[in-house]
Design a protein around this ligand. Structure first.
Ligand SMILES: Cc1cc2nc3c(=O)[nH]c(=O)nc-3n(C[C@H](O)[C@H](O)[C@H](O)COP(=O)(O)OP(=O)(O)OC[C@H]3O[C@@H](n4cnc5c(N)ncnc54)[C@H](O)[C@@H]3O)c2cc1C
Length: 413
């Protein structure tokens, strides 16, 4: 059995540790901060096989440019001469076409369905109650244009064998009787599910520690010593760590970690916000996506979590209150009875989605360093794709034929 070091304790790092440990390996997780602060906690908790269209898709560029001129819009890129941003943007442009969308659909669907099956298995394990619910997601729309886009998505999803359907406003009301709706209709992504990410992350960490995985917080990797095409040791928090195999699962920090290994991992952080409000009467039962506003609304542990926005470019600690206001103000346009109050700044969570320029994650062995595996770049779907990624990482490290073809996710593409 191998000694494995995982760099990063988000959902990707913890899922990889879980499957590696189950396969009998000796695992250490290193994180530069407290694990509780990362992107895998405050997200919308959606498990989304319906998301088989990568972010790099036709129409995203024009839509993105329109949004850039609105302070409350769900998407923002600060124009800058930053080389990494320009290089990422050019790669994104090269992939925002229908051929790329068609080529990505099957690999993304298969990765998502594998992950959903693994979430089902995990939920059966004693003590693993992370609020998994199979109620699907309702993607509500108010305009004819969004209705057309959703009809197209549902037709393609059904052709891929996914359970999705277009519903009239009346059928939506029957599904969500406790809530007033002001919508034209919705796509019901019945293939989707939702969970409580905070509970999942805490339970995973507990399970790992109970099974002798060593979790070392506040030990950021700062140096890598390699020779002969292999990593010999790494320095984290001033200490030396040695292993047979290493995994980069550092989310939006993977490019800077990658540089220490002499690698270029093209990623941009896509900052998003969320906040919670109590829903004592549990009016919201089915998670919702508000299509035009790009807002996610999820019932979670007796509260509702509202999330959204994508500020592409920088890892910073600033909270852009205008964008959070944009989320809060969008909600009553679809649910007139839900009027989330603008939260105090201290109650606003933010995280950085590790966005690859073609919208697909990187999963696989590095061609440059023979004992390094890369598992990052899951963008808007990291929670959803966590278990599948973890399982595949454990298979790659074992040198096994992977349970699914991971060619589309090659870090060398
Ligand atoms: C508002 C919002 C809503 C979202 N909703 C959903 C959703 O509904 N469904 C879904 O599937 N996804 C969703 N996502 C995306 C999802 O949250 C991310 O894709 C996922 O959390 C990324 O996980 P990760 O493990 O790659 O990164 P992270 O969770 O960011 O973990 C990376 C870890 O690496 C550590 N690290 C960094 N540098 C170093 C270093 N030098 N040494 C050691 N450790 C280091 C960091 O401290 C961090 O803990 C959402 C994201 C946002 C922002």
């Amino acid at each position: 059995m191998a000694k494995v070091i995982i760099i990063g304790g988000g959902i990707i790092g913890l899922s990889s540790s879980y499957y590696l440990r189950r396969a009998g390996h000796e695992v250490t997780v290193l994180d530069k901060g407290k694990i509780e602060g990362n992107c895998s906690y405050g997200n919308a908790g959606m498990i989304v096989p319906s998301h088989f269209v990568p972010l790099a898709a036709p129409g995203m560029v024009q839509q993105g440019i329109r949004w850039m001129f609105n302070r409350k819009s769900p998407f923002y890129v600060k124009p800058s001469l930053n080389f990494r941003l320009i290089s990422w943007g050019l790669k994104f442009l090269a992939h925002a076409n229908s051929r790329h969308v068609e080529q990505s659909a099957v690999p993304l669907r298969d990765l998502s369905l594998l992950s959903k099956r693994l979430y089902d298995e995990l939920a059966m394990e004693p003590g693993f109650d992370f609020g998994l619910k199979h109620r699907g997601i309702l993607a509500f729309y108010k305009t004819e244009q969004a209705a057309e886009e959703e009809a197209h998505l549902v037709a393609n999803g059904r052709a891929l064998g996914l359970d999705m359907e277009i519903l009239s406003a009346a059928r939506c009301r029957a599904l969500q009787p406790g809530l007033e709706l002001d919508v034209l209709g919705a796509a019901h992504y019945r293939c989707d599910a939702h969970i409580s990410p905070n509970r999942l992350m805490a339970l995973l960490q507990e399970n790992l520690v109970a099974n002798d995985v060593v979790v070392v917080e506040e030990h950021g990797v700062s140096e890598v010593i390699s020779s002969g095409g292999r990593i010999r040791k790494i320095i984290a928090g001033g200490r030396e760590f040695e292993a047979d195999e290493y995994v980069i699962a550092a989310g939006s920090w993977s490019p800077e970690v990658g540089r220490m290994f002499g690698l270029n991992i093209p990623l941009m952080p896509g900052k998003g916000y969320s906040f919670m409000e109590k829903d004592a009467k549990r009016r919201l039962q089915i998670p919702a996506l508000l299509c035009e506003a790009r807002v996610a609304v999820t019932p979670m542990d007796g509260s509702i979590r509202y999330g959204g926005t994508m500020e592409l470019g920088k890892l910073n600690r600033q909270v852009n209150l205008n964008r959070v206001r944009g989320i809060a103000e969008a909600v009553p346009k679809y649910f007139p009875g839900l009027r989330p109050l603008m939260p105090a700044e201290k109650d606003i969570w933010y995280g950085f989605r590790p966005a690859s320029p073609d919208g697909l994650p990187y999963i696989g062995r590095s061609a440059r360093l023979s004992n390094l595996v890369i598992a990052t770049g899951h963008g808007m779907m990291g929670l959803s794709l966590g278990p599948a990624t973890g399982k595949l990482v454990s298979e790659v490290i074992a040198g096994e034929i992977t349970g699914m073809d991971i060619g589309a996710f090659s870090p060398e593409r």
